[in-house]
Design a binder for this molecule. Structure first.
Ligand code: NOJ
Length: 507
């Protein structure tokens, strides 16, 4: 079906944490393939896989050292192909996560680039001289500290928006673009159904290297290191390239919570979808904020724009922990599920949310896996903080929280693996797991399945427009309409019962 993604429900799988098929404690293609029946029963339409290419995994695959091969932890190219074919046989599409902004520092391109100032690959990355004995400017890495790393061998700095092992490519160099476009063709030729494009608005930096400003709290505003005209140009070229294939989708991770910026990357000649962090990363369960964001997105929807609907991902705390408290756990989580599956947009579920998985906290730094958490710990210790303070701060920002193995059952390691997994299993696996929720009629899993069933039954819910989107005090509601079909959905964000008279709504 053309534009299949408009009606699809996506499901994000964090590669190492879904199912270990070969007994090494790390999720892999064989494992995921063995769970396709589960995903089919849940009735999702497309899987987004986090990066599976060869990688030293400083940032768990977002540091690719070979774009043409499968990381041995996840299996072989054959395993990938078997998984892809089996998914397709079941009518499930698969999109791959692609990191175009940076490569691993162990990628042969970078190894060649750092060899000498005259290396043919020197200009594939961003190298700059010292300025008055220091870094070329004040730009900070998203993982903290300077975004410039000094390389003794050639006495220059290189630029990295993330960890120093994730080196930014120079997208002003056409050779870089050609090399990456070859990568894209390679995976499309293998039959992948599209891409989730990592930090796509980071391609290219301001060549004048102006310093970034700071906000009142002293936090750097990333003004000159992203959203440059070149990022838009590349997005358009990507579109042209991908349009040569049939029915492929491009989903952009546009690193911003500002809807006004994010939406500019989406459209007919650009990306099909962008992640709406303006709604997805809200920190509070708050009717006003959710309503305002839905409204903003609705306005844009008059054109071709379709929002994405999600509240969790591998980069943020799980929303059941972030937005829900113990007393309201079940109800709020169900409300958010309903919202994602009935509001206008494309839902992106995150593995494990369908059983209400909660955040993982580690009590020893040796168990922390996320680079962001580890770097924070090291910085805190270097600044003289205690182990407890450093651990607390690193747990706060660590993305391990949402990356623990999915809890399949109550056997050891939650049925994810036979041996100790690469990351801790959440202790609550004996209570929260797929197997027991499959048996209970009023479990979260059954709720998700029912909501998915309802969404798929009514065209108004996956094709319709809002006839009305409004709010009265704590009650947010909308009516979606497709031809003769109209469906109204009402959400009471308050703690008290409320009554709404349909006659009072201007319909
Ligand atoms: C965004 C990804 O989602 C995140 O996990 C990663 O650390 C950064 N991009 C850098 O690639």
């Amino acid at each position: 079906m053309k534009d299949w993604w408009k009606e699809a429900i996506f499901y994000e799988i964090y590669m190492p944490s879904f199912c270990d098929g070969n007994g090494d404690g790390i999720g892999d293609f064989k494992g995921i393939a063995s769970k396709l029946a589960y995903l089919k029963e849940l009735d999702i339409d497309a899987i987004w896989l986090t990066p599976f290419y060869k990688s030293p995994k400083i940032d768990n695959g977002y540091d690719i050292s070979d774009y043409y091969s499968i990381d041995a932890d996840y299996g072989t190219m054959y395993d990938f192909q078997v998984f892809l074919d089996q998914a397709h046989q079941r009518g499930i599409k698969v999109i791959a996560d692609l990191v175009l902004n940076h490569t691993s520092s162990l990628h042969p391109w970078f190894l060649e680039s750092r060899e000498s100032r005259t290396s043919p690959k020197r200009d594939w990355y961003i190298w700059k001289d010292k300025v008055e004995g220091h870094q070329p400017n004040n730009w900070e890495s998203y993982f903290g500290g300077s975004a410039w790393e000094y390389d003794e061998k050639t006495a220059q700095y290189y630029y990295h928006a993330f960890a120093k092992e994730q080196v930014d490519l120079n997208w002003y160099n056409p050779e870089v673009k050609n090399a990456m476009f070859d990568v894209i063709r390679f995976w499309l030729d293998k039959g992948i159904d599209g891409f989730r494009l990592d930090v796509i608005n980071f391609l290219g930096i301001d060549p004048t290297l102006q310093n970034n400003p700071y906000d009142e709290e002293g936090k750097q505003i990333h003004l000159h290191d992203k959203d440059l005209p070149i990022a838009f140009e590349i997005v358009e070229e990507l579109r042209t390239l991908v349009n040569k294939y049939e029915d492929k989708v491009l989903v952009g991770e546009v690193g911003t919570e500002e809807f006004e910026i994010a939406k500019t990357y989406a459209g007919q000649d650009k990306l099909d979808l962008i992640f709406n962090f303006n709604l997805g990363s809200i920190q509070k369960f708050e009717v006003k904020r959710i309503f305002d964001e839905l409204k903003k997105m609705e306005k844009e929807n008059q054109g071709l724009y379709l929002p994405t609907l999600f509240f969790s991902s591998h980069d943020m705390p799980r929303h059941i922990t972030r937005l829900v408290d113990q007393d309201t756990e079940q109800t709020r989580a169900q409300m958010l599920c309903t919202l994602m599956l009935t509001a206008t947009g494309v839902p992106f579920l995150y593995y494990g949310e369908e059983i209400g998985m909660t955040d993982l906290y580690v009590d020893d730094i040796s168990e922390m896996r996320d680079v962001q958490g580890i770097l924070t710990y090291q910085r805190m210790i270097a600044e003289g903080n205690s182990v407890i303070e450093a651990l607390e701060a690193s747990n706060m920002c660590s993305r391990d929280k949402s990356r623990s193995p999915i809890q399949w059952n109550d056997t050891v390691y939650a049925g994810f693996s036979q041996i100790k997994p690469w990351i801790c299993v959440n202790e609550n696996y004996t209570k929260i797991n797929v197997e027991c929720q499959s048996r209970e009629v009023d479990s979260m899993l059954q709720y998700y399945k029912n909501m998915i069933r309802i969404r798929k039954k009514y065209k108004a819910l996956y094709k319709g427009n809002y006839e009305l989107l409004d709010r009265r005090n704590d009650v947010l509601f909308f009516i979606r309409k497709y031809k003769e079909q109209r469906i109204g959905v009402f959400f009471n964000f308050g703690i008290k019962q409320d009554t709404l008279h349909l006659e009072s709504l201007s319909i």
